[in-house]
Design a protein around this ligand. Structure first.
Ligand SMILES: *[C@@H]1O[C@H](CO)[C@@H](O)[C@H](O)[C@H]1NC(C)=O
Ligand SMILES: *[C@@H]1O[C@H](CO)[C@@H](O)[C@H](O)[C@H]1NC(C)=O
Ligand SMILES: *[C@@H]1O[C@H](CO)[C@@H](O)[C@H](O)[C@H]1NC(C)=O
Ligand SMILES: *[C@@H]1O[C@H](CO)[C@@H](O)[C@H](O)[C@H]1NC(C)=O
Ligand SMILES: *[C@@H]1O[C@H](CO)[C@@H](O)[C@H](O)[C@H]1NC(C)=O
Ligand SMILES: *[C@@H]1O[C@H](CO)[C@@H](O)[C@H](O)[C@H]1NC(C)=O
Ligand SMILES: *[C@@H]1O[C@H](CO)[C@@H](O)[C@H](O)[C@H]1NC(C)=O
Length: 659
């Protein structure tokens, strides 16, 4: 017996007297629940074959149980032993040890790993045995469930239900239901040697080189790219429980860094829990068999000459300052992939001094630099393909925030902004731009409805927007004098969310209360426009920082407006602009009023970033979106410019309704 202190020896002996168990097996230690029935006890003559080892210990596996809830593998923690040359994979080891449910003290939201610690009376046999890995997906009981993570994720939005953190997995210590719940499935495999056949990647590798994959088994939400989109099954969001995080390989080889949707060689490794997620630690790193084509097609949506028909782009340009290296890339995306939309909704425009915390709040230089880069990209595109069509400089507008009152990196003062093609639309003539604290309100003038100030922020003094960038509303006019409204939004982030594989159920969706309040403030504003004109054309778009499947958040907006994805009939699996954890997801959204829905809409998410070859190749963490909307009926009586004879009106290239 080799214990380091007298106290350790005493407690060891004490434990031995009070709770020692012999004649038991690894399956008895694992049991059918999250936590071991033997937690804290000394167990004797535990025997198993070494299946894997790392610097700190190794994994043993005994004969399997007939009960699919019970694992026959377990981790043994003992760095010294792990370095012993006798401890080869395949050796049969027998030992006495203490059973512990381990997690890092600093991570109370992690789940426990059942471990054997302080091994004693170790016997290593000379002969070797081979352990066949379980091929996941090969049998119904080895196939992960489709939709849910945990029986505790109760509520109308499944794992995205509010309130969050109603119960803790740890306290419930449920008996596992691996056929129904994903966390139960992975827990039932804890410590076992498994193979993931034909793994496909569903995110870029993280900064430690870990990769989310799913194997050759049924999954839900698979998109054309090969990633998994967060969608719904019978009205409830799928949590993609059949995906698993592949950690660092045990033999020191390095995981590859392929793009989303790549196919890897089979992965064999042990199932464990670390850093907030179930993981497989591969015996050796997989290799890439195939990568998807990274070529992205330009949107088929292009501006037209029809005054009522507008193309709207939306792009979170990720912390853009005048000195950002990604400006030319973003400009090229806007021109070559979005076809220079008539109006661009931008989010994350930083002040002219970037993230220097020096009191500068204007972003004129940032926006001018972007507009110049766009004009350069337009010239170069037209120079190559279409000399006839002119280039133009976008006009732009933003509302500088009060210094450091809108969240984000200190000094960067990120805000939303609009760019627009002045040949197609304009802010209503005579408008006066609002400041950081003035709220926009709807006013009736002889020419129709407008906003004062215009553009103006939406209820900027509401507590909903504390420490968050405020939305900016604008009233616009088409070349034939018709009016419409836009609202450019960037809701609070999901910072402080808890892991979907964590203790808190449903998991904590960081700042959901705040975003829900923000949606309500926006809905009130939309309602104030509709109260004046039920047929107002309204487009609300931006980075909502949450999924449409979080229905509770969007219910206020959806009671007034329609998600353009729905009005445009985009297949749900192709609705994504972002990839996080294992999900491709819809966190940038566009909502339109009934009048816009009635005239027909189109939308495309242009995957210039989620389809990048590597995470470093992206220009932003979000994909842009481009939509076609009609903000008036062609031929509708034109109040301001009655006898307009624009060449645009004559063309009927789109065969739209009207006359
Ligand atoms: C967890 O459940 C198992 C099996 O029902 C039980 O033996 C064990 O004592 C429980 N552990 C805790 C901490 O509740
Ligand atoms: C969940 O709630 C418990 C209290 O019931 C709290 O201790 C814990 O920190 C919360 N977890 C998270 C991730 O917020
Ligand atoms: C991957 O595993 C599956 C299932 O065991 C097997 O059929 C297939 O041949 C393996 N592929 C390779 C490349 O080894
Ligand atoms: C910045 O642009 C706004 C128009 O959007 C203009 O009113 C303002 O004078 C400009 N500020 C500077 C410092 O150029
Ligand atoms: C915004 O304008 C209002 C009304 O003109 C004024 O009272 C307020 O001080 C201004 N706020 C800021 C931040 O400049
Ligand atoms: C709104 O538009 C619909 C459809 O064009 C029309 O039937 C209705 O009369 C309009 N309502 C108002 C108040 O203008
Ligand atoms: C529509 O769906 C896509 C994909 O889910 C999502 O990313 C996007 O934000 C939505 N777009 C709009 C414009 O609503």
């Amino acid at each position: 017996m080799l214990l380091t202190s007298a106290g350790g020896l005493l407690s060891f002996l004490l434990n031995l007297c009070i709770y020692s168990a012999s004649g038991i097996d690894i399956t008895d230690i694992q049991g059918p629940a999250y936590q071991s029935p033997y937690d804290g006890q000394i167990v004797q003559k535990i025997s198993g074959v070494v299946t894997a080892k790392d610097r700190y210990g190794f994994w043993l596996q005994s004969s399997p149980s007939s009960d699919p809830r019970i694992s026959n593998g377990i981790r043994v923690y003992q760095p010294r032993l792990a370095h012993s040359p006798d401890l080869e994979i395949g050796r049969v080891v027998t030992l006495d040890a203490r059973v512990t449910e381990y997690r890092q003290d600093s991570q109370p939201n992690d789940l426990f790993v059942t471990q054997l610690v302080d091994p004693q009376n170790i016997n290593i046999e000379r002969t070797t045995h081979s352990v066949e890995p379980l091929v996941l997906g090969s049998l119904p009981e080895l196939t992960p469930p489709l939709r849910e993570y945990s029986a505790l994720d109760k509520g109308p939005d499944g794992w995205l239900s509010v309130p969050n953190n109603v119960s803790l997995l740890e306290s419930v210590n449920a008996t596992l239901q691996p056929d129904k719940y994903g966390l139960d499935f992975w827990e039932s495999l804890e410590g076992r040697l498994v193979t993931i056949p034909n793994p496909t990647t569903c995110n870029f590798p993280d900064r430690f080189g870990s990769i989310w994959v799913y194997g050759d088994w049924p999954v839900h939400g698979k998109n054309e790219r090969g990633g998994l989109t967060l969608t719904e099954i019978e009205g409830l969001p799928d949590a993609h429980p059949g995906t698993i995080f592949i950690g660092r390989a045990l033999d020191g080889t390095k995981n590859p860094k392929p793009p989303v949707g790549s196919v890897l060689t089979n992965i064999t490794g042990v199932v464990t829990y670390q850093f907030g997620y179930y993981h497989i630690l591969p015996l050796t790193a997989p290799e890439v068999i195939s990568e998807p084509n990274s070529e992205v097609q330009s949107s088929s949506i292009s501006p037209s000459d029809e005054p009522c028909e507008l193309t709207i782009g939306d792009y979170n340009v990720e912390n853009m300052s005048p000195r950002s290296h990604h400006i030319p890339k973003i400009a090229a995306h806007i021109v070559n992939y979005l076809n220079s939309p008539d109006i661009m909704f931008l989010q994350e425009i930083q002040s002219d001094s970037g993230s220097s915390d020096n009191g500068v709040v204007t972003a004129n230089r940032t926006l001018e630099t972007l507009v110049k880069a766009i004009t350069a990209a337009q010239k170069s595109r037209n120079g190559q393909v279409d000399v006839e069509s002119g280039t133009y400089a976008y006009e732009w507008v933003d509302i500088p925030p009060v210094n450091n009152q809108d969240g984000g990196k200190p000094g960067s003062n990120i805000r939303v902004a609009y760019l627009w093609n002045p040949a197609k639309v304009s802010l209503i003539p005579g408008s006066i731009r609002g400041n950081a604290t003035e709220a926009a309100s709807v006013v009736k003038t002889s020419g129709g409805l407008t906003l004062s100030p215009n553009p103006g922020r939406v209820n900027p003094m509401s507590s909903a927007w504390e420490e968050t960038r405020k939305p900016m509303a604008a009233a616009w006019q088409t070349t034939n004098g018709e009016r419409f409204f836009t609202i450019n939004v960037h809701m609070s982030s999901k910072r402080d969310s808890s892991s979907a594989h964590g203790n808190a159920r449903p998991p904590v969706n960081g700042h959901i209360e705040r975003r829900t309040h923000q949606a309500e403030v926006l809905a009130d504003f939309v309602e104030s426009i509709l109260a004046h004109d039920v047929n107002a054309s309204i487009i609300l778009s931006g980075d909502m920082n949450d999924f449409t499947q979080t229905h509770s958040l969007f219910s206020s907006i959806r009671s007034l407006l329609t998600d353009i994805n729905e009005s445009s009939d985009i297949p749900p699996v192709e609705r994504y602009t972002y990839v996080y954890d294992q999900h491709m997801q819809e966190i940038d959204q566009m909502f339109v009023s009934d009048a816009v829905v009635r005239r027909g809409t189109e939308v495309e998410h242009v995957h210039v970033n989620t389809w990048a070859k590597s995470i470093g190749d992206r220009a932003s963490d979000h994909d842009p979106t481009v939509a076609r909307v009609r903000v008036c009926d062609r031929g509708e009586a034109n109040r301001a410019l009655d006898d307009i004879r624009s060449p645009f009106v004559v063309q009927d290239s789109l065969g739209m309704q009207g006359y």
